[in-house]
Design a protein around this ligand. Structure first.
Ligand SMILES: [Zn+2]
Ligand SMILES: [Zn+2]
Length: 159
């Protein structure tokens, strides 16, 4: 088992990601859009997990005053389709969360129910067990969501 951290994306990574988005945009016959690129860039640079609202405020803070909630809601599914981000923390409720998927490995999450801290980890044994379960049930595994809940160390000490 090892904790994982998303390395922040550099400008060349951003370039590769935006090119990947352009392929999807072109295939859909959509026009190039500066606001869309700004939303994509903010999503790729976001450290950690974000809601559409959190992403919107970052985009706005960067001076994209043309960005509205509707813009972000329209762009997010495109970014998912292009493989730039993925839906994340599905059981957290109160608004879907996303995180960067581009050039990041698979990982799972453990969430503190007290302070909402999220720790990312990778545990090969989980992966093996899940494939084993699927096989025994006659499934070919295509994905999984594994979220653990608990009380983190610092919250245990304050209560
Ligand atoms: Zn905590
Ligand atoms: Zn994550």
């Amino acid at each position: 088992m090892r904790r994982v951290h998303a390395p922040s994306i550099d400008s060349r990574g951003l370039g590769r990601a935006l090119e990947q988005l352009r392929v999807v945009v072109r295939a859909k016959g959509l026009k190039r859009s500066g606001v869309r690129d700004a939303v994509a860039r903010a999503a790729l640079e976001y450290e950690g997990h974000f809601t559409a609202e959190e992403l919107l405020s970052v985009v706005r803070a960067k001076g994209e005053t043309e960005a509205h909630a509707a813009t972000v809601y329209r762009v997010l599914p495109l970014l998912v389709e292009a493989g730039l981000i993925q839906e994340s923390l599905l059981s957290a409720g109160q608004g879907q969360r996303y995180e960067r998927a581009f050039e990041r490995g698979h990982h799972d999450h453990i969430i503190c129910t007290s302070c909402k801290k999220v720790v990312e980890f990778e545990f090969e044994a989980f992966e093996v067990l899940q494939r084993d379960v699927s096989e025994r049930l006659g499934f070919r595994l295509t994905g999984h969501v594994h979220e653990l809940f608990g009380i983190c160390k610092s919250c245990q000490h304050t209560s």
